[in-house]
Design a protein around this ligand. Structure first.
Ligand code: ADP
Ligand code: ADP
Length: 237
């Protein structure tokens, strides 16, 4: 479902300074996440986790390599085709990235508005999503009125609005307390089971990987150094 081949990323100070020395945030990596898998990438701060996950939907353009999602190669698409392809890739973030001036319903509706979906169809799609994440009674509230866990639920509903096949989670529970983290992980597990969504998540927390991932890779200094089933990973000497 997600396939990275030889993907690397070097950050250069400016676009035109390719001759200058850049920061090699990601060394060439290969990663395959089959349909329906919850795959965790764990590593310390600065290891390259954000860079890796942002290369999957091309929020960062890889310096080398190819990225394919749901059988479609993304790196050579036109801007418009890439925007279409991104409908199949949802993403959530550590700090939720909600629009503070829009209430819950309109935050979830936003991607559908941008896709030109009719107001009526938006209502038909957003309402069940709010039920799925357990916020059907909060549709008219603003992000400032919600707890961290509730904000992340809104972000999850928004990420699901375009009916993606893949969900990318960038430190999605790092700003939450352990109890709330547990509840959000349970929701992600539900979404994986009920909707068959493939999930790629990055985290610096072992507990996250232990509790929901089927498979785990370790990233260190921009190198993806191990991939294992979660059971093997935690029992290895
Ligand atoms: P992590 O998510 O594991 O904390 P990142 O992918 O954010 O790691 O960062 C990996 C390395 O790349 C770090 O050294 C970081 O400082 C550097 N880096 C990340 N983004 C940029 C950027 N836009 N420009 C320059 N360096 C960056
Ligand atoms: P997070 O912990 O959520 O990965 P960071 O604070 O590492 O967030 O990075 C926030 C933003 O700054 C990201 O978009 C990242 O790409 C960018 N960034 C990170 N490190 C650097 C850096 N050394 N130089 C420039 N931009 C960076």
């Amino acid at each position: 479902m997600i396939r990275l081949q030889n993907v690397s990323k070097t950050y250069y100070p400016t676009r035109k300074s390719r001759n200058a020395t850049g920061v090699e945030a990601l060394k060439p990596v290969d990663l395959h996440v089959p349909e329906g898998q919850i795959h965790g990438v764990i590593g310390l701060s600065g290891a390259g986790k954000s860079t890796l996950i942002r290369c999957v939907n091309l929020l960062e353009r890889p310096t080398t390599g190819s990225v394919s999602v749901d059988g479609q190669e993304l790196t050579d698409l036109s801007r418009e085709a890439l925007n279409q392809a991104r409908h199949r890739i949802g993403m959530i973030f550590q700090h939720f990235n909600l629009l503070t001036s829009r209430h819950v319903f309109d935050n979830v509706a936003l991607p559908l508005e941008l896709m030109g979906v009719s107001r009526r169809d938006i209502r038909d799609r957003v309402t069940p999503l709010l039920e799925l994440v357990g916020l059907d009674d909060k549709a008219d509230q603003y992000p400032a009125q919600l707890s961290g866990g509730q904000k992340q639920r809104v972000a999850i509903a928004r990420a699901l609005a375009s009916r993606p096949r893949v969900l990318l989670c960038d430190e999605a529970t790092s700003a939450l307390d352990p109890h709330t983290t547990g509840a959000i992980l349970e929701l992600l597990r539900d979404i994986n089971r009920k909707l068959g969504l493939t999930i790629l998540l990055i985290t610096h927390e072992m507990e996250v990987v232990k509790s929901i991932c089927h498979r785990v890779s370790l990233i260190s200094d921009g190198e993806l150094v191990e991939a294992a089933d979660v059971g093997d990973f935690f029992t290895a000497p």
